[in-house]
Write a protein that binds this ligand. Structure first.
Ligand code: DQA
Length: 146
């Protein structure tokens, strides 16, 4: 099973960006853990981070061609703005889990709405970078992503 981990804008700054909200682990740490856990679970974890909406859309289209079975996505601030990334996920019909490191519902009102949650298999918010691990574990093992 091939799975894709997508991180949107500013998540390349993990570890240094507002560590009181997002923690001290870097995106490199997150990806390393994800790939190691993927090996244990027998899945291939591919990763992609971009600060550009179009790049994320193109990568989602590519995932369809590659036969990716599930996507774990933290769209960053695009969560609250991007109809285009939502449409890309719906267009390729690859099931996905939405992850947010912080509890977006405990933050500013503009972070409470997501263009993804009603179409996601699940959403994980507020569990820090552990949320990626739980999501990838589920994508690797659930028949929903077979
Ligand atoms: C985030 C929450 C978003 O509101 C914010 O714009 C981010 C990160 C999170 O992981 O908690 O960039 O998606």
């Amino acid at each position: 099973r091939r799975v894709l981990l997508i991180n949107g804008p500013n998540l390349n700054l993990l570890g240094t960006r507002e560590p009181s909200i997002y923690g001290a682990e870097t995106l490199g740490d997150v990806v390393k853990t994800a790939k190691l856990n993927g090996e244990k679970l027998g899945v291939t974890v591919e990763d992609y981070q971009s600060n550009h909406e179009g790049g994320i859309i193109d990568r989602i289209h590519q995932a369809k061609k590659d036969g990716v079975k599930g996507i774990v996505i933290n769209p960053g601030a695009y969560t609250h703005t991007s109809v285009a990334i939502r449409d890309a996920l719906l267009g390729v019909e690859i099931p996905f889990i939405e992850v947010h490191i912080s509890n977006v519902h405990a933050r500013e009102p503009f972070r409470h709405h997501s263009y993804f949650s009603d179409k996601a298999v699940a959403t994980i918010v507020g569990l820090g970078v552990k949320g990626y691990e739980y999501a990838l574990d589920f994508v690797a093992t659930s028949p929903k992503f077979a």
